[in-house]
Unconditional design. Structure first.
Length: 275
């Protein structure tokens, strides 16, 4: 398969510092580009690329300070009964022979170094895919562990449609894994990056997907998420004004950057010198 490039991808946002593209599910993007975050090869949707060293640094700080908001659309196997749920399984590396390419939840045999993870799940629609019961959900990862959404969905008994790896190597019929990076918000100091990558899980684009009932509307759910983010930012802004420099110093003292984080950032930014 030919590697993709920015030139032949749909552009969702562009400035002198960043470009956000709508990655196709089967496009392998040239590794010479520098990404602010990652998407699995089989995941489609919003992917942000920094275009210079300063922009890369500002994006890194947003991710480090957990200011970035991401939400994914997925079709999962079965009908999820709860309309909203929080998934909190810790995730680690699977060291079992033949499964080292996978992640696993704490308690799984061979699970190494599990770390706390949290995913918010909201049911959008119940329906069927090729005649089998499925649920369309919005997933918001509040942590950033490798394969987090795929592992969490599998752990609650609702693996993502088409996810061969986390369906115990059973789900091979669909043409793709039904996971899509729908909403991305990165509030850098210089500009606010906020995009939605068009929903691919609609009957007009895939007739195998037949929705039957609506639990939450996508547009209303995203607006609810935006409102929460804005409220949180406003509260933090007010606290900063009231506390002044003392509050800022206290905040820094509470969550100092670790040596590992600093080294990772410096290594990442140093690679820009190779351009």
């Amino acid at each position: 398969m030919e590697p993709g490039s920015i030139d032949n991808l749909s552009i969702l946002y562009q400035s002198s510092d960043f470009i956000v593209v709508n990655k196709h599910w089967d496009v392998r993007i040239d590794s010479k580009m520098w990404f602010c975050h990652q998407l699995d090869f089989s995941t489609s949707g919003a992917l942000c690329v920094a275009l210079n060293k300063a922009a890369a640094g500002s994006a890194y700080k947003c991710f480090k300070d957990r200011l970035v908001t991401k939400a994914y659309l997925a079709l999962v196997r079965g009908h999820v009964s709860q309309s909203r749920m929080t998934i909190r399984y810790a995730i680690g590396k699977n060291t079992t022979e033949g499964m080292t390419h996978m992640m696993c939840i704490d308690g799984t045999e061979g699970c190494e170094n599990p770390k706390p993870c949290q995913t918010e799940l909201i049911v959008l629609e119940h329906g069927s895919y090729s005649g089998d019961p499925v649920t369309k959900v919005l997933l918001q990862p509040l942590t950033g562990r490798t394969h987090q959404l795929r592992v969490h969905c599998s752990a609650i008994g609702h693996p993502i449609v088409g996810d061969f790896t986390y369906s115990h190597r059973k789900d091979s019929s669909p043409y793709r894994m039904m996971l899509h990076a729908y909403y991305l918000r990165i509030p850098t100091g210089k500009e606010l990056i906020e995009v939605c990558a068009p929903d691919p899980f609609i009957t007009a684009m895939d007739s195998n997907w037949v929705p039957q009932s609506v639990a939450h509307r996508l547009d209303e759910t995203i607006q609810e998420l935006k409102d929460k983010v804005m409220q949180k930012e406003e509260e933090e802004s007010q606290e900063a004004v009231l506390g002044g420099g003392e509050q800022e110093a206290l905040s820094e003292a509470k969550s100092p950057e670790t040596e590992e984080q600093r080294a990772r950032c410096e290594q990442w930014l140093a690679e820009w010198a190779l351009e």
